[in-house]
Design a protein around this ligand. Structure first.
Ligand SMILES: *Cc1c(COP(=O)(O)O)cnc(C)c1O
Length: 469
């Protein structure tokens, strides 16, 4: 056989796929036997990294084996059923298969003509998922995650509100543009303000009220004050399911204020958007009919592997104005029907088939299957809330979603110390968060669809132990 550095012969390939499948099987079987938190405090990460010597090529199976053992050791196991952490799910088997298939066929989603099935499938998913939110939200694009979707929203708002934005940039605008988010909003808007060139000084952070949601009276007065100064409010964000607390801001009211002042309303539902898929929870997202755009992350509550966000919008014209360019080396745009080249509607150019993991998970679960699983997670969340309370914590967030923020009822051990102690046991994982007013809380979230009441009971034991001075 002729040696080839990149290709593998048939026998080795088949061994490789088998090894991969074994790794997937093993991890799924034994992830709950690991401590949830990493135990590698001894510098072994560095040796696992430097252990790869690129001067001396190794056998493919050996390469996989090394990565497997490093990943098993050197990460917080977000797929563990007692990971009550950030919005990182246990990835669905169909989602994992989707990742593998996207690699196998490696479709290029820049141009329609290179991969029409993938492009049209993503389009259909955008339309169908968008319509769960509101029937006007039928266009958009898959993104790497919520952060990219939020930047995309800000660019679209600029393009619609300021016709000169694309050519002259912000310095060329007649007046200073101002964006508004609440103190509960995700910090990706800070990055968006930097990336787009708005500047964080012009990203107003509206204070929250006692329910930890945007104080809409404050929003109105901040907008009016900016208008008096001759500034132009152009972008208002309502967060539907705040990252720390799960609190849903009053979309309807915020939307009315935004439209009264001619601004774009963006709803950041990166996590909480799952409520749109459950009829009895959907009412909590009232006001979506006012949204110009929505961020939703399938890699959170839809439990697909990392790297799947969505930007959904009712204004495909602005999305196209924001990103369409003519490049003579790209395949000619197909003009027939409604064929769209995704590179004209996205910040990305070369793009992988992000929607595939969503397609496969949804095709196998169905809308009802997803709703059933999500309902169950919400139910376990209610149990979690009751148990956190029963342990002597006060629950300080009010949300229908499965995230609980607690402060210890008795003084003695700080929030930070409680979290540190629980995480150190390896038996459960919770995080330390801050309310919009800065008050520290212990935060526990049901993020794994396999988490049950028994896992919550185990967390309760750890909470009780951690509170002892
Ligand atoms: C997670 C989250 C984001 C950021 O999304 P990524 O997918 O991590 O980029 C934005 N907004 C909210 C409300 C989030 O919860």
């Amino acid at each position: 056989m002729i040696y080839h550095a990149l290709d593998l012969d048939r026998a080795l390939r088949s061994e490789l796929w088998q090894a991969l499948s074994n790794i997937a099987g093993r991890y799924r079987e034994d992830v709950n036997d690991f401590p949830v938190e990493r135990t590698d405090t001894d510098g072994s990460v560095e040796s696992a990294v430097s252990g790869f010597d690129f001067a001396t090529p190794i056998n493919p199976i050996e390469a996989l084996r090394r990565v497997e053992s490093a990943m098993r050791l050197h990460q917080t196991h977000t797929a563990h059923s007692r990971y009550f952490g950030l919005f990182n799910p246990n990835p669905t088997p169909m989602g994992i298969a989707g990742e593998a298939l996207a690699g196998i066929f490696n479709p290029q989603l820049a141009a329609w003509s290179h991969s029409p099935f993938a492009v049209q499938m993503e389009r259909r998913l955008v339309r169908e998922i968008g319509m769960q939110f509101d029937q006007r939200l039928t266009t958009g694009t898959f993104t790497s995650g919520g952060a990219e979707a939020n930047v995309t929203a800000m660019v679209c708002a600029f393009v619609r509100l300021f016709p000169n934005f694309s050519t002259l940039g912000i310095r060329g605008l007649g007046s200073q543009p101002i964006a508004y988010v609440s103190a509960a909003a995700h910090h990706s808007f800070v990055k968006a303000a930097r990336t787009v060139g708005l500047g964080t000084r012009f990203l107003r952070v509206v204070p929250c009220d006692s329910s930890h949601a945007m104080d809409t009276l404050a929003l109105t007065s901040m907008i009016e004050e900016d208008e008096r100064k001759g500034f132009t409010p152009f972008f208002v964000v309502a967060t539907a399911g705040a990252t720390a607390t799960g609190v849903i801001e009053p979309i309807e009211e915020i939307g009315k204020i935004a439209s009264a002042h001619g601004a774009w309303l963006h709803v950041d539902a990166a996590w909480g958007g799952f409520a749109a898929l459950i009829p009895e929870l959907r009412a909590h997202l009232q006001g979506l009919e006012r949204a110009d755009s929505v961020t939703f992350d399938p890699h959170k509550m839809l439990s697909v592997p990392m790297g799947a966000g969505m930007f959904l919008t009712a204004d495909s014209e602005s999305l196209e104005k924001a990103f369409s360019v003519v490049a003579d080396y790209m395949p000619a745009q197909e003009s027939a029907g409604d064929r769209v080249d995704p590179f004209t509607h996205s910040m990305q150019w070369s793009r992988r088939f992000i929607g595939l993991k969503v397609l496969l998970s949804l095709a196998v679960a169905g809308w009802d299957g997803y709703a059933q699983v999500l309902r169950r997670q919400v139910e376990v969340g209610h149990y979690l809330r009751s148990q956190v309370q029963a342990t002597g914590f006060s629950v300080v967030n009010d949300t229908p979603f499965p995230v609980v923020c607690g402060v210890p009822g008795i003084a003695g051990v700080s929030v930070g110390e409680i979290v540190r102690r629980i995480v150190a046991t390896g038996n459960a994982w919770v995080s330390h968060a801050a309310l919009p007013d800065g008050a520290p809380v212990v935060r526990a979230c049901v993020t794994n669809y396999l988490t049950t009441e028994a896992d919550v009971d185990a967390l309760r034991v750890e909470l009780q132990r951690a509170m002892v001075p």
